[in-house]
Ligand binder design. Structure first.
Ligand code: C2E
Ligand code: CA
Ligand code: CA
Ligand code: CA
Length: 279
């Protein structure tokens, strides 16, 4: 009883208060981040395993906090989701990614896809389909060049509705990819129930595949299933040549990772074109 009492008492430590305070102050400044234009998108190129110019870019959110500097998405997206701030932020991300893709094209850059991460909170939003439709209309981006990256957790929430909404999104002509595949709940039945175009093999498998035969087996299995179901497959988190060689050997279609480039600001994206091909 004494120990429990002590534990209860310790719950209110100064460190604990500091953490609560930090969380609140981060939340407060996040509310101002969008109007203060502190948010920006970085872009990471995606390649065919055979090489050549990038075929797409994943848009990744960055927050330049005036005092804290660059705050990583892992630190602020959960807060944005809890507070529903992800709705206006996610809408900005979608519009900005589409606008940027069109700006590149008007400047003469080859047409590629742009992939935008979608939070489950955005997915639960009633007007998601009309939002995507409006952004495409306003930016002029051809629907086939927009890819939405969704996660399995989003499919589990309300499966019936998810199937419906994904079909509506598909009918706009956009592409859908399943992010972080192999982590979480990974029900294989999702792959045929949902109108997906592509699977993204989670980077945790790629990281260890050379030394962990279990991860290597999972990667081979994912690639085989994707081929059977006629889905594209991209491996993320490719950091070295031996990972790339292994993925090529096992017929993975596309790759993304630090081996090629980290995510970079929009202004640097032009350097991925008209340069020596790699991969
Ligand atoms: P994710 O969608 O799985 O994105 C991949 C993460 O891996 C990115 O981290 C990327 O920078 C990082 N990465 C890329 N290549 C490599 C590599 O070769 N090695 C390693 N170790 N990491 C690599 P980032 O940008 O910090 O984003 C983290 C997560 O935050 C994303 O994971 C995504 O879940 C979320 N996120 C980012 N931007 C958005 C957004 O606009 N909306 C939403 N809802 N979530 C976002
Ligand atoms: Ca992603
Ligand atoms: Ca991922
Ligand atoms: Ca992730």
């Amino acid at each position: 009883a004494k120990a429990a009492g002590r534990n209860t008492y310790q719950f209110f430590t100064p460190e604990m208060n500091a953490r609560v305070f930090e969380r609140l102050s981060l939340e407060n400044s996040l509310r101002k981040a969008l109007p203060r234009q502190e948010l920006m998108l970085y872009y990471q190129p995606q390649y065919r395993v055979g090489g050549g110019d990038p075929i797409g870019f994943e848009a990744l959110l960055r927050w330049r906090h005036p005092e804290l500097g660059l705050v990583p998405p892992a630190r602020f997206i959960p807060i944005a989701e809890e507070t529903n701030l992800i709705l206006p932020i996610g809408e900005w991300v979608l519009a900005e990614a589409c606008r940027q893709q069109m700006a590149w094209q008007r400047a003469g850059q080859p047409a590629t896809t742009v992939a935008v991460n979608l939070s489950p909170v955005q997915f639960r939003q009633r007007n998601l389909v009309s939002l995507v439709q409006r952004v495409l209309a306003e930016t002029g981006l051809p629907a086939a060049q927009l890819e939405l990256e969704i996660t399995e957790s989003l499919l589990m929430d309300d499966t019936e509705r998810a199937v419906e909404v994904l079909h509506e999104l598909k009918s706009l002509g956009i592409r859908l990819s399943l992010d972080d595949f192999g982590t979480g709940y990974s029900s294989l039945s999702y792959l045929k129930r949902f109108p997906l175009d592509k699977i993204k093999i989670d980077q945790s498998f790629v990281r260890d595949m050379i030394k962990d035969s279990g991860d290597a087996a999972i990667i081979q299995a994912i690639i085989a299933i994707a081929a059977k179901l006629e889905l594209g497959v991209i491996a993320e988190g490719v950091e070295n040549q031996s990972q790339l060689d292994y993925l090529a050997l096992h017929q993975c279609g596309e790759v993304q990772g630090y081996l090629f480039s980290p995510p970079v600001p929009a202004a640097e994206v032009c350097r991925f074109f008209n340069s020596a091909t790699r991969a």
